[in-house]
Design a protein around this ligand. Structure first.
Ligand code: GCV
Length: 712
């Protein structure tokens, strides 16, 4: 009999982790297996009490009721009076009316979750100035349950550090997604505005659960059609879905729209008719979307039109749009991702050169959007020198969640450590302790507008992000946008245990360690020691260190690695391009001086001979090769880790990740062998003893051709 029950338990536990398609992301409300804990939750949560109803609070309470039922099996509902063990949803202004006196966060989106005694009853109070804050509070309390944490003696005080926490979709109007690896765009433009997909609601729920409060719907390589009446109706339909979840809609504005859809002869920002056109356009947009967030603009970059086409500056262009949006509280996010092949200057320096002199000349509702590094979302880059350099203009950070340069949605790379590396970097702009995070949360220069952007990795794949673990990057971005002080480890813990609900402690630790190492692993097998931009031509799939002779030098790999028979690396020091000098002291000296330059940025800043001695005692050549081999070996370790947790993972996800890790492992070897052979053609040195030889010769790798690579 004992055996029979043991068998039943095995079957049941197997069933409960057997089919998961990933659609529910981290919002899985599966039964908690700890009976004692469930009993404690059931006993101590009786009902919900909502002081004032609203659409947002309906969403919050429904979400809580669904979660509670799923996690504990107990059905609860809202009640008209305050019952013992109720959860109260009360706006700060209403607290007094109920004779509850507890200070709550001042911030509009902040919330308090507090265990209180009121009229002799134990209660859990969620209070906030706004409905949106209460919704965030509901999601927080749900997470508390999902993570099997205590719901007693709570005193949680949360306020976001950054005001606008935005996703940037590089989604085109034909539903293709630039650098998108998870299917087509989730915006089904053709069926909008009449048909609103359930997916939009689930997208909004997921974002609200991590505090994302804005979304730019379309690609920065913009199409002006989005600003026409027909398309604005579709945008309005989405805005209406997102509003109760506290999410604002933004659009990218194509600078030449006044010509393309306005039939004007020019888009010159100093032309009155052009200014009027934008003012009229803003009026039109706000008439149907009163909480429209504003415009994101990529101008005079990679062929996009901009004010420089008319001899004007970025400030002239941004200010024209800013003035049009100002009456409605809209903002302009103007990208600093500018560089020009025609400019005889290191690409890494160009954004700083362009924007630093304009500091102070931007209208007050303009914020400059700066990528985390000065080139382009590489597996590793030093932080962008513009962070801290603009003292009179707000600056926001742009991170890339979609893995354009990190193996697409086939490679497992948990990016919180990458985001944190940038956020925690000390710019020294106002002396020590002037981190990038302090620049963008406005605390360093007391900016009123603060924002952060993440280029979305979301598509219409059933699991949203292609790779099951890529969901962690969406999650981590949201969590860091809310609170940049969270650690990568804490976020991984949260994500793992809300996503893989059956994880035992040992599996969770194994997976967390794997996640935390994974980005470094990708750096090792792609671009170790500060190498960068040596990916395949155009599509950026796979290794292409040999890419040269293209229409633009700054789109070739040889421009970036500068390998020759003597050595390798881009000299950006004071004896080279002087990019190091764009940083504040002592960062500038640290990067400039070979002795103090961190080895992870070595070849980013220095051109060094092949026999240069690394800290390990290895020559540069041996060191590079060993990193490539280490990276490829580390993927094999990831495969072993994944195999070791099989019993805790549902079948479908287990198989998916297993297969993806096989691809990653093969591609890590591809990267390793192609790069080692290519650089060997310059160094002329042997692969260090003990390391296996590459399977093929260099020509084999150079001849590989790929058709229809996703994302372009
Ligand atoms: C949207 C890189 C990408 C482009 C992208 C651009 C940008 O160059 O390869 O696809 O364009 O960055 O951020 O604007």
């Amino acid at each position: 009999m004992k055996k029979f029950w043991a068998l039943i338990i095995i079957v049941i536990s197997h069933l409960s982790v057997s089919a998961e398609n990933g659609y529910n992301l981290w919002l899985k409300y599966e039964p908690i297996k700890d009976a004692k804990l469930v009993a404690a939750y059931q006993e101590n949560i009786s009902s919900l009490y909502v002081y004032q109803k609203s659409e947002t609070l309906d969403i919050a309470t429904k979400e809580f009721i669904t979660a509670f039922k799923g996690l504990t099996g107990k059905s609860i509902s809202t009640s008209v009076s305050i019952q013992k063990n109720a959860i109260l949803f009360i706006k700060t202004d209403d607290l007094q009316k109920l004779n509850i006196t507890h200070p709550s966060p001042e911030n509009d989106e902040g919330y308090l979750i507090k265990s209180i005694q009121h009229q002799g009853k134990p209660l859990t109070l969620i209070s906030s100035k706004t409905d949106k804050g209460l919704l965030y509070g509901a999601f927080h309390l749900i997470k508390q349950l999902q993570l099997k944490q205590s719901i007693f003696n709570l005193n949680i005080w949360e306020e976001p550090k950054i005001k606008h926490r935005i996703l940037n979709h590089w989604d085109n109007l034909d539903r293709s997604v630039e650098r998108g690896y998870a299917g087509f765009s989730i915006w089904d433009w053709h069926k909008l505005p009449q048909y609103t997909d359930q997916r939009y609601i689930d997208y909004a729920r997921a974002n609200a659960s991590i505090g994302i409060n804005g979304t730019v719907l379309n690609n920065v390589n913009a199409n002006s059609l989005i600003l026409t009446d027909d398309w604005l109706k579709k945008v309005k339909a989405l805005a209406d879905v997102f509003r109760p979840y506290g999410i604002k809609v933004y659009l990218t504005a194509r600078f030449s729209a006044p010509i393309e859809i306005g039939k004007l002869p020019t888009a010159d920002p100093l032309d009155e008719k052009v200014q009027l056109w934008w003012q009229q356009k803003a009026k039109e947009i706000y008439a149907s979307i009163p909480d429209f967030g504003g415009f994101l603009v990529k101008a005079n970059s990679e062929g996009q039109p901009g004010p420089q086409n008319y001899g004007r500056t970025h400030a002239d262009g941004a200010n024209m749009l800013a003035k049009a949006l100002e009456p409605y509280d809209g903002i302009v996010m103007w990208r600093a991702f500018v560089y020009d092949n025609e400019v005889p200057e290191d690409r890494a320096k160009q954004a700083f050169n362009e924007f630093k002199p304009l500091d102070g000349s931007f209208h007050k509702n303009v914020i400059i959007q700066v990528k985390n590094g000065a080139i382009d979302f590489q597996p590793r880059e030093p932080f962008h020198p513009l962070f801290g350099a603009l003292t009179k203009t707000p600056v926001m950070a742009e991170f890339q969640l979609t893995q354009e340069y990190l193996g697409f949605a086939t490679h497992l790379a948990y990016l919180a450590p990458l985001f944190k590396e940038c956020l925690d970097a000390d710019t020294y702009a106002k002396g020590e302790n002037s981190s990038v995070a302090k620049v963008i949360d406005g605390s360093l220069y007391k900016n009123q507008i603060t924002a952060i952007a993440g280029v979305a990795n979301i598509g219409n794949d059933v699991n949203w992000c292609g790779h099951p673990f890529a969901q962690a990057n969406w999650y981590a971005y949201g969590r860091l946008a809310w609170n940049h002080q969270l650690s990568s480890s804490a976020i991984a813990d949260e994500w793992l245990n809300t996503t893989f609900t059956g994880l035992q402690k040992t599996s969770s630790t194994l997976l967390k360690d794997m996640m935390l190492e994974s980005r470094e692993t990708v750096v090792n097998y792609m671009t170790p020691l500060g190498l960068h931009h040596i990916m395949g031509w155009d599509h950026h799939y796979g290794p292409g260190p040999w890419i040269k002779d293209k229409p633009r030098a700054d789109w070739t790999s040889v421009y970036y690695h500068q390998a020759d028979n003597n050595g390798i690396g881009f000299n950006r020091t004071s004896s080279g391009s002087k990019a190091t000098l764009q940083y504040f002291s002592p960062v500038a000296q640290k990067f400039d001086d070979l002795k103090s330059c961190p080895e992870e940025y070595l070849l980013w800043f220095h051109h060094l001979p092949w026999d240069y001695k690394l800290k390990s005692g290895d020559s540069l050549w041996d060191g590079i090769v060993k990193k490539y081999y280490k990276g490829a070996d580390e993927v094999k370790e990831m495969q072993k880790t994944w195999a070791a947790v099989e019993h805790d993972i549902d079948k479908q996800t287990y198989q998916q990740v297993k297969q993806l890790l096989t691809i990653q492992s093969e591609e890590a070897l591809w990267w390793r062998d192609a790069c080692v052979l290519y650089f060997q053609s310059f160094s002329g040195k042997p692969i260090p003893i003990g390391l296996p030889k590459p399977k093929h010769n260099l020509k084999y790798y150079q001849d590989l051709e790929f058709k229809f690579v996703p994302g372009i």
